[in-house]
Design a protein around this ligand. Structure first.
Ligand code: IPE
Ligand code: IPE
Ligand code: MG
Ligand code: MG
Ligand code: MG
Length: 334
């Protein structure tokens, strides 16, 4: 049996994490202030002002904090990960034909696809500029780490799209795909913080490993919430993955477990995408055959593995903050 870290934190990390989030939230909307933008100014400011959970920049600030670096000094690196993340969201929404994000119309639906492509391009460039303005750490290493992540993330997104039209995708292939499309950036955020904080090799490796498990937990949770979240908190339509025929965790697990009529039903969804009226039935079957529990279990298991990895870091407020973030993520509703 695997035994996992029991989390006993010395302090309550919530207030200090809220202050890290505030730091990021205050800086983001001003990132385009000095930029030479005219036609793209409004949509760029629109996405920079939209409110997300800020998971990736918070991870950067906390892991740099393990090395004693003050949040303000790691802020540019943190902002690089969030602007890059927003770039991926803008392009992801074009690819996934999503009309809503963070409770607002997506850039391509409010403006048009060309605008969304260009807004994404600009944010990608902005993220490299922010990274190049890192105030601490070995910049060459940071750029190398970042660039490797970009390659993996794009590969993951390409696989995700290719899976839409394939009927023989395995759970193993799915896991390799999410390690790229989601895990790469989460892990990179923790590693960039480790470089900024000049951490020992073993600590940096522990953060990369934790990032791998956080990425898995996070994407499986995203797939689960895509069906089970309340639409208001989720900020986008519930059941979207099934409608698009996405080979996400629930559908792939159900295809392995379902029998008879249930199986035929999921095979049709995998081939054609669900009709809106299929969504409540799919949810009922997922519940009945144990797919939702399997997903919850996987989220919990990977979160615990992440916490185990974090536990080897030097004790302190930043390590507690990282463990707390992973714990909270397991309970998130959006
Ligand atoms: C959404 O990421 C994309 C995934 C990798 C699942 P988040 O759930 O972190 O989105 P925001 O930043 O909070 O909006
Ligand atoms: C997220 O995958 C991956 C990236 C944005 C890189 P999803 O397509 O599942 O993300 P959401 O559900 O649209 O946020
Ligand atoms: Mg996608
Ligand atoms: Mg999407
Ligand atoms: Mg999703």
């Amino acid at each position: 049996m695997i035994t996992h870290t029991t989390v006993r934190l010395q302090t309550d990390p919530a207030p200090s994490i809220n202050s890290l989030r505030r730091l990021v939230d205050e800086a983001l909307p001003h990132l385009a202030d000095k930029e030479d933008l005219i036609a793209l100014r409004e949509p760029v400011e629109y996405v920079l002002a939209s409110t997300g959970k800020r998971l990736r920049p918070i991870l950067v600030l906390l892991s740099a904090g393990v090395g004693g670096v003050a949040p303000e000094r790691a802020l540019n690196v943190a902002l690089a990960t969030e602007t890059f993340h927003v770039f991926t969201l803008v392009h992801d929404d074009i690819m996934d034909r999503s009309a809503t994000r963070r409770g607002l119309p997506t850039v391509h639906s409010r403006w048009d696809e060309s605008t969304a492509i260009l807004v994404g391009d600009f944010l990608l460039a902005l993220s490299y500029d922010l990274l190049a303005s890192a105030e601490t750490g070995d910049l060459r290493q940071m750029l190398g780490t970042f660039h490797r992540m970009v390659g993996r993330l794009c590969e993951g997104q390409a696989l995700d799209k290719a899976f839409e039209t394939r009927l023989d995708v395995t759970l193993e292939e799915y896991l390799a795909m999410i390690d790229c499309k989601t895990g790469a950036l989460v892990s990179c955020s923790l590693e960039l913080g480790a470089i900024a904080g000049d951490l020992a090799r073993a600590d940096r490796a522990a953060l990369v490993l934790a990032g791998h498990h956080v990425g898995r937990a996070f994407q499986i949770q995203d797939d689960l919430l895509d069906l089970t979240a309340s639409s208001e908190a989720w900020g986008k339509p519930v059941g979207g993955d099934l409608i698009e025929g996405k080979k996400a965790f629930l559908l792939l697990s159900a295809l392995e477990a379902a029998q008879g009529e249930d199986r035929t039903f999921f095979e049709r969804i995998a081939a054609e995408g669900a009709r809106p009226e299929d969504v409540p039935r799919a949810r009922e079957v997922f519940e009945r055959i144990g797919t939702l529990d399997l997903a919850r279990q996987a989220v919990e298991d990977h979160s615990h593995r992440a916490m185990d990895a974090l536990n080897i870091l030097p004790a302190g407020e930043s390590r507690d903050g990282l463990i707390w973030v992973v714990e909270r993520m397991m309970q998130r509703v959006h």
